[in-house]
Design a binder for this molecule. Structure first.
Ligand code: FAD
Ligand code: FES
Length: 258
């Protein structure tokens, strides 16, 4: 059940260059939310009508709070507006939206959680709630964030493009270098990373779920602004499209074209 709620900012902290960690108080959304889902945040600036989709990084159901970790994408953007929010300020939020990772598929198994860049935040709550042998592989351009927080839930490896920490390269370079094995993969990150992970999972016959990022408008399945191509074809050779906001953002990797 999704709700549009006016949420109150509990805390906001800058945790890296242009990366912010925001805790908000909600009445309902936190109690309904599961890892891998997202919320849509509305801007005060009336020229910005569309809400901004941001994944749930942490869900504190007891206190009714959500943590969002996001990147400011530029000057005059909605995310820049969010970065100026102070404790006590309010913000309209719609959620929880989309599906989550199928945690049951990983229960009791060896699971590889892979996150790239701003795809890392949703993997934190996923790591926390997956009842499995968790190994997290986190890929960054250069600056690390959130990596220490994953250590509470399993082994953590990092990859950086510039080689300043961990493996020089991407998350799959780490998987190969460290010979990490898995029964199940959950991943979120940029499309080229997801494409490579999908190919790796196919090659090694590992079931793999990925969280996709697509531009969205309504965020609730009504406008078809966010469709991606699915691999399902009907009797008349018509490709069935999927809505990332409603049918996803998490998909079985073999279900979607990347
Ligand atoms: P503007 O340039 O002002 O945006 C203009 C419009 O384009 C807005 O409607 C905006 O929502 C849309 N847009 C621009 N870039 C993107 C994008 N990459 N994806 C979707 N819509 C976009 N970012 C994070 O930093 N942390 C997260 O946890 C996170 N989770 C996401 C989860 C989902 C399911 C999706 C679809 C996206 C997620 N993103 C996340 C990306 C985030 O939504 C965009 O960076 C953000 O909407 C950009 O808004 P803006 O105001 O900075 O940019
Ligand atoms: Fe409108 Fe997905 S954003 S259908």
């Amino acid at each position: 059940k999704k709700t549009k709620e006016i949420c109150t900012v509990v805390d906001q902290e800058c945790i890296g260059t242009d990366i912010y960690s925001l805790w908000i108080q909600t009445e309902e959304i936190a109690s309904e939310a599961v890892p891998g889902q997202f919320v849509s945040l509305y801007c005060k600036d009336q020229s910005k009508l569309l809400p901004r989709p941001i994944s749930l990084c942490q869900i504190d159901r007891e206190k009714g709070r959500l943590r969002l970790v996001y990147r400011v994408t530029g000057q005059g953007t909605g995310t820049e507006e969010f970065s100026r929010l102070q404790p006590g300020d309010t913000i309209p939020v719609l959620g929880p939206l989309g599906n989550g990772f199928p945690l049951g598929e990983a229960k009791g198994k060896k699971v590889l959680l892979m996150g790239g860049g701003i795809g890392i935040p949703p993997m934190l709550q996923t790591a926390k709630e997956t009842e499995a042998d968790v190994t997290a592989v986190l890929g960054y351009r250069d600056q690390l964030f959130l990596d220490k927080e994953f250590q509470d839930y399993g082994k953590v490896y990092v990859a950086t493009e510039d080689g300043s920490a961990g493996t020089k390269g991407n998350v799959l370079d780490t998987v190969r270098e460290e010979q990490l094995a898995a029964d199940v993969i959950f991943a979120c990150g940029p499309k080229p990373m997801l494409r490579a992970i999908k190919a790796y999972a196919l090659e090694h016959q590992i079931p793999c779920w990925i969280s996709m990022e697509e531009r969205m408008a309504c965020g609730v399945g009504a406008c078809l602004g966010c469709v991606c191509q699915s691999t399902e074809v009907d009797d008349h050779s018509h490709v069935h499209n999927k809505r990332v906001c409603k049918d996803g953002p998490v998909f079985l990797s073999t279900e979607v074209e990347l």
